[in-house]
Design a protein around this ligand. Structure first.
Ligand SMILES: Cc1cc2nc3c(=O)[nH]c(=O)nc-3n(C[C@H](O)[C@H](O)[C@H](O)COP(=O)(O)OP(=O)(O)OC[C@H]3O[C@@H](n4cnc5c(N)ncnc54)[C@H](O)[C@@H]3O)c2cc1C
Length: 460
């Protein structure tokens, strides 16, 4: 069945938006105010996820409901927005028609492609199978379960520490990896500091935990100034995060990672924050894609050679002032979503669209409690420490969709800051407890041709 404009009075234009993230949602919101437009918003999830706070879900500081917002709720006051939870599997850009995994077709007068991004493993052997990426709510919940599972296992059997139970390897020292490492360091060390009788895990040797942050580059937070990088590295080391810079991950096995300097680290928790590429839909959009699998767009966000087709946010290469593609940021996605809506409305009114100009408010990253870095505005006024930490909390709370979400996030942060409690340390995915602690030995045995029997003998 094809949903099309045929049912509409000719004056009502149909806009099909693929992806209800920062870009798609802001585009839909702005269009929704115009009664001459009908919007179909397609997303494979029925929620918008707030990715900047995923690491806080992974470290049990916030719960999933603090960072994911029901899309139908967001548009409940807009009768001209129809949210459909469907996964788009292919696009015919010439007719502006999309097909979904559920067997439906949607055709619009305008088509907006805003499907976001996914992890890029850069062909690292074993990384797609054996790492925990951190790019979606599902990823964050899965990672939280794995972290809790290894802690629970090592609390029951301290011998598992020898098998790498408390070795956590984070790949990529950009904002995601750095924030994850810092938050995780804070979490473990707040537990270590507690007196023996008050400890959350009575038999866990948390003092033997190791958090390693690995990056091929020579600095953490490479997009920031050298002084911010030095500060961030110092703050991470204060949280006993071990920095392995100038080092690549060579291979990720079932129970280990191998680094480019030859070091083999036993671990069952490798967190992938190593890079992004466009969401998998980009392989099936009928458009030649550019760097990172993203769609190159013109200044007005349209796709060259096509009428009424736009690409936005992480799914697009959008040139900045210097001609280089803008970074994959929520603020870029939000602003271009609004600009796209304005341009669609201009087009309907018979006027030309505007070029997109990104208003750069700056960049910031949280290292952990009382430690952040911020570079404000285009001139990059630098802030480090508690003031940047406070600014980060304020900015990220402001970006949350509803007043309720902002208040709830502040409440959770206050509980954590003043009470040190992690309300969401719930292990609800018990399958994450099923860890083969001998998989590394089995792999080595099979590589050296030793009988499997020997390795299996030690399996619990
Ligand atoms: C861990 C992490 C931390 C980050 N921290 C920050 C930060 O601190 N500050 C900042 O500015 N930016 C940050 N970012 C980047 C920011 O979140 C992204 O730039 C922003 O989300 C991009 O918005 P988008 O709408 O393009 O994509 P997304 O927000 O990813 O939305 C894409 C949507 O498309 C849907 N979708 C995908 N494929 C399909 C399909 N085939 N069919 C239907 N629906 C589909 C997805 O379900 C999703 O809802 C972070 C990103 C990550 C991963």
């Amino acid at each position: 069945m094809t949903e099309s404009t045929e049912r509409e009075p000719t004056s009502v234009k149909h806009v099909v938006i693929v992806g209800g993230g920062f870009a798609g949602m802001h585009c839909a919101r702005k269009l929704a105010a115009n009664p001459n437009v009908r919007i179909t918003l397609l997303d494979k999830n029925n929620y918008q996820q707030f990715q900047p706070l995923l690491y806080q879900v992974a470290t049990a500081m916030l719960g999933p409901s603090n960072i994911a917002f029901n899309l139908r709720g967001t548009f409940k006051v807009h009768p001209n927005v129809d949210v459909k939870m469907e996964e788009v599997v292919s696009v015919d850009p010439n007719t502006r028609t999309v097909k979904t995994a559920q067997g439906k077709q949607y055709q619009g007068d305008f088509l907006v492609l805003a499907a976001g991004s996914q992890a890029n493993f850069f062909g690292t052997p074993g990384a797609d199978k054996n790492t925990y990426p951190l790019y979606s709510l599902r990823d964050a919940e899965r990672l939280r379960s794995r972290i809790l599972a290894v802690l629970e296992s090592a609390d029951c059997d301290p011998a598992l520490v020898e098998k790498g139970a408390l070795n956590f390897v984070i790949v990529g020292a950009g904002p995601t990896g750095t924030e994850m490492a810092g938050a995780f360091g804070d979490m473990l060390h707040s537990w270590i500091k507690k007196r023996a009788g008050e400890r959350t895990y009575k038999d866990l040797h948390l003092d033997r935990a190791q958090i390693l942050l690995v990056d091929a580059g020579h600095a953490v937070l490479s997009a920031f100034s050298p002084s911010a990088q030095t500060y961030a590295a110092k703050m991470l080391e204060k949280r006993t995060v071990q920095l392995r810079l100038g080092t690549k991950v060579h291979e990720v096995g079932d129970g280990h990672v191998v680094l480019s300097d030859g070091t083999r680290i036993p671990t069952h928790t490798v967190i992938w924050a190593g890079g992004l590429k466009a969401a998998s839909l980009s392989n099936n959009v009928g458009i030649k894609t550019g760097h990172g699998g993203r769609i190159n767009v013109q200044a007005d966000l349209t796709v060259p050679g096509l009428t009424g087709v736009y690409a936005l946010g992480d799914f697009a290469n959008i040139a900045g002032k210097d001609g280089k593609p803008l970074p994959q940021l929520a603020s870029v996605a939000e602003q271009c979503g609004k600009c796209c809506a304005k341009n669609i409305l201009s087009y309907i009114a018979g006027k030309p669209g505007d070029s997109f100009h990104y208003f750069d408010k700056g960049i910031m990253a949280m290292i952990g409690r009382n430690s952040g870095v911020a570079e404000i505005g285009e001139h990059r006024h630098e802030l480090h420490g508690a003031i940047a930490f406070a600014a980060w909390l304020g900015v990220h709370a402001a970006l949350l969709t509803s007043t309720r979400a902002k208040m709830e996030a502040f409440m959770e942060w206050a509980w954590d800051y003043f009470g040190g409690s992690r309300g969401d340390a719930i292990l609800d995915r018990t399958e994450e407890m099923q860890i083969n602690w001998n998989d590394d030995e089995e792999e080595m045995a099979s590589a050296t041709g030793e009988p499997q029997r020997k390795a299996q003998a030690g399996m619990s």
